[in-house]
Design a protein around this ligand. Sequence first.
Ligand code: GLN
Length: 260
Amino acid sequence: MKKFLCIALAVVLTLGMVAAFAACSKDKGGETTAAATTETKETLVMATNAEFPPYEFHEGDKIVGIDAEIAQAIADKLGMELKIEDVQFDSIIPGVQAKKYDMGMAGMTVTDERKESVNFSDSYAKGVQVVIIKEDSDIKSIKDLEGKKIGVQTSTTGDIYATDDFGEENITKFDNGAMATQALVAGKVDCVIIDNEPAKNYVKANAGLKILETSYVEEDYAICFNKENTELMNKVNGALKELIADGTVKSIVDKYIKAD
Ligand code: GLN
């Protein structure tokens, strides 16, 4: 009997020690994780479509451009680590809604329709929708676009406005502006409607093209956020305000857009 009690006591003691040890190491584990988070910077995941010079484009294996640099300056100010994800333009907003990305920054125009899905930061740049044509084109004004074959980048404001104004049947959609411009060079479309700065880049890169004098629509660019994440948006707006006030945003823009 005594022997049995002894064994039982030993078992209880051993179990107790195991439990105490487990609790101890769990504590230790908890401490390690807490210490690591204070040392590692929080990541700021930005979704973009890096086919939109001078706002975002590839330079070697890096994504550079106005948006990439402004985002980096914002991340630096917030003490965060910027991570850029290059995705199709039309998956940026759904990805932000699904919380796959913290924000979307892609020369993105603020529209009422998009505002139903995401929140927009303060605007940091202006865009203008313009029309790229061949130098010898008979298109002289926006009116002349009636019945013409119009190339656009899928889901952009150029696509949305042109579809509304000139009819779905006249619109050919491309994955990006470079592909739309190639179709214009090849004579597959009569013009391309796209934002002015990328348009200038595409015209420079392809002989025989020009931009129609009259612009189509003027718009504001801003960064989009998940509707629930107003905390991050407010922080980004604060950083953006300072970067505009101290001239950082202007110097980034001037670096990529030379007065001509
Ligand atoms: N500004 C346009 C839009 O928001 C195009 C943006 C883009 O192609 N990256 O739809």
